[in-house]
Design a binder for this molecule. Sequence first.
Ligand SMILES: Nc1ncnc2c1ncn2[C@@H]1O[C@H](COP(=O)(O)OP(=O)(O)OP(=O)(O)O)[C@@H](O)[C@H]1O
Length: 308
Amino acid sequence: MNAVEVRGLSRSFDGRDILRDVSFTVGHGEIFGYLGPNGAGKTTTIRILLGLLAPGTGEVRVLGRDLAADDEARAHVGVLFENNGLSDRMSAAGNLAYYAGLYGVEDPAERIDELLALVDLADRRDDPVGTFSTGMKRKLGIARAILHRPEVVFLDEPSSGLDPGAQRMVRDLIIELSRREEMTVFLNSHHLDEVQRICSTVAILAGGRIRAFDSVENLTTASGRPSVTVTLAGAGEGACEVVGNLPYVTECDVDGDALHCTLADPTATPDLITALVGAGFRIEEVRRSSRSLEEIYLEHVGRAEDEA
Ligand SMILES: Nc1ncnc2c1ncn2[C@@H]1O[C@H](COP(=O)(O)OP(=O)(O)OP(=O)(O)O)[C@@H](O)[C@H]1O
């Protein structure tokens, strides 16, 4: 059984199709990145998973259960939306104590101490949250979301509005809680660099449909679409004319002295080099290159926009 299952999910608002036949799964203990442009339907998907919004068609399950119909199952799930769900007037510890009461957390004092230490706010425990920075509030929001030791936690844009230092703190915290608390983390994010660093699997949602669903490794390494970067001794002008028509070269691009080629055949690199040398190019270095998640994301989103 997967931690999260979405099968054939569709949902429209006021006649506009937002989600169309969306399917993906998230395994236990994974940090999963759910990506897509503004308005793609990521928060809508989370709200349907949490049982806060009815699906149009299709089926969703969290821990094998339908949260809309299963009160007990909701106790195993945590959520952080962008507003953190905190009272500015209460202290950090007071906020956590309030939620510990709502969730029926056992030994709340101990758990609150543990979490304040985890999010590095122990020394601010008695200060009103209204005096906290955006990053501190976000960290406390995450502590609130995992207070009751959920098995799955949904984090909607946990890094939005944070400076790079605070983004890093939140990123480290997510890794820590996945490792230490063995939680499955469902992360909505626009920070592709962050997602590439911490997520094991991602899905890209655009134009209402899932455009890619795979491990970050498969998406970014050469295994899917092998590519090589050839550093030439001198300008790369004319290199694409030489290799662009070779049958195994699917894409070619020159940037200064660097020639980037995507290959249809992963074993074709020596032939590519032979062709370049035959045409008089001198070669400094040849590297298999992996593509960034950002490049892959932009390609899928661009394709979805072209289709629209
Ligand atoms: N209750 C609602 N009624 C009408 N339209 C809605 C409702 N909730 C969401 N929408 C619309 O559905 C679309 C998807 O919204 P959603 O918040 O899921 O996007 P998102 O991918 O989370 O975007 P962002 O990255 O900007 O947070 C938007 O066009 C939004 O206006």
